[in-house]
Ligand binder design. Structure first.
Ligand code: AMP
Ligand code: MG
Length: 412
């Protein structure tokens, strides 16, 4: 090694990088109350304990007739209808040797032990009912508490709320929920080559210019993760402008997220700018696509710098920034769940880095590979519906079983 060349940084494994990053992800303050209607995507900051049974009482799962099975000794018998119980009303104890007309969701009257669906009954001209099939005690009755029992924790602190969780919370009477406050994230892109769509028409793009695509997917990803995003736009590749942008961003944000400029070329100004205001570590993470990643601080704000190549930025966000932002909100499920799936492609050249290949499930339950795995080809992430997590040094032959992480695990 020559003296004027810096020593190559040892590469960090993804697992080590993630562990270290999650250690830094401590939330500073606060939970807030939001209407259950508005809580989709948020992280619960309280255990939700049910104050009642769901359903609250035994009720009918059919339109039909409630009866006491023991009253029916012979199918030739007819039983008069002694009351009518639609959903929303309560009924009275069932008179002996009678049935109650009952509808789906209506409470079972005291004394009844089964419901006969109306299709299994004949209603005679005098209004009495003949039951055609001998009922079994308990049939077509939904039991009180079969969904939720009183006192049960239906959702634990740290649960990520999705539409089903909102419905469950509502079913125990919660119209407001205590959730972690939204992380405030300042987002900016670096790169003098970047042009905003709409600012210059495609046919007028000057040589060397490209549209800023990262800004769009990063903003959308941040919002999906419950963040409040301040979009600070494009910062030119100049030290002073980068410092000014960072200083402004640090003021009111929990996290500063940038894309581009984290390599070590002399046009990469993020490292010296962050270092002059706070502290920065440049990590070389042994993943492909990805590799350069920066973590540091500016004042009290976390700083995260993603690589500029779109697929690198996208994948690095999903694997590292996503769990970081979820942990900031106190979420408990951070790791995406992978499944074992058959590869229907070959990947003959092993890489020393752990690879995340863009693939798509095919109709025979195998995985197809997008032909161009370059870190600049965003089409791969659109064509694909997930990533194969391929260990370092591993090749793949058709028929091999690989670890597949669906985008549905990573984009929620
Ligand atoms: P950098 O990390 O700044 O060296 O950029 C690496 C590659 O990603 C270069 O080809 C950049 O032009 C490209 N790039 C950087 N930022 C963006 C962006 N916001 N949108 C699209 N491509 C970008
Ligand atoms: Mg750049």
């Amino acid at each position: 090694m020559t003296a004027d060349r810096p020593a190559a940084q040892p590469m960090k494994s993804l697992d080590d990088a993630l562990t270290q990053l999650l250690d830094y992800a401590t939330i500073r303050d606060g939970a807030e109350q939001v209407a259950t209607f508005d809580a989709d995507g948020r992280v619960l900051a309280q255990d939700l304990v049910s104050a009642l049974h769901v359903p609250p009482q035994d009720n009918s799962s059919m339109d039909g007739y409630a009866l006491r099975c023991a009253d029916l000794t012979d199918l030739a018998q007819t039983l008069p209808v002694s009351q009518r119980i639609p959903a929303g009303s309560a009924g009275t104890p069932l008179a002996a040797m009678s049935v109650a007309r009952i509808f789906t969701g209506a409470p079972i009257p005291l004394g009844a032990d089964a419901v006969v669906m109306q299709e299994d009954c004949d209603v005679l001209p005098d209004g009495a009912v003949r039951i055609k099939v001998q009922p079994k005690p308990g049939q077509w009755i939904r039991r009180a508490g079969e969904d939720v029992t009183r006192g049960a924790v239906v959702l634990a602190k740290g649960a990520r709320l999705t539409p089903a969780e909102l419905g469950l919370a509502a079913s125990i009477g919660m119209n407001f929920l205590t959730v972690a406050r939204r992380p405030r994230v300042a987002l900016f892109s670096t790169g003098d080559e970047l042009v905003m769509p709409g600012a210059v028409a495609p046919q007028d793009m000057p040589p060397g210019a490209i549209y800023n695509s990262n800004r769009f997917f990063l903003k959308a990803l941040l919002k999906r993760l419950g963040c409040e995003v301040s979009d600070l736009g494009i910062v030119p590749d100049q030290r002073d402008a980068t410092i000014a942008a960072l200083r402004q961003a640090a003021e009111h944000h929990d996290v500063i997220l940038t894309s581009g400029g984290v390599s070590v070329g002399e046009e990469d100004h993020i490292k010296p700018a962050v270092a002059s205001l706070g502290q920065l570590d440049l990590w070389q993470i042994a993943i492909k696509p990805g590799k350069p990643f920066a973590y540091g601080h500016v004042a009290d704000a976390h700083f995260i710098g993603l690589p500029g190549n779109p697929v690198s930025g996208f994948v690095t966000f999903l694997l590292l920034v996503r769990p970081f932002l979820l942990k900031l909100q106190g979420a408990t499920q951070l790791a995406p769940r992978s499944v074992a799936v058959r590869a229907d492609f070959s990947w003959p050249r092993a890489d020393k880095r752990r690879e995340f290949l863009r693939v798509k499930r095919n109709p025979t339950d195998g995985l197809d590979l997008f032909a161009n795995q370059s870190s600049g080809v965003l089409t791969s992430a659109v064509w694909g519906d997930g990533l194969v997590d391929n260990p370092s040094g591993a090749t793949i032959a058709p028929g091999d079983v690989v670890r597949f992480i669906p985008f549905s695990e990573l984009l929620a």
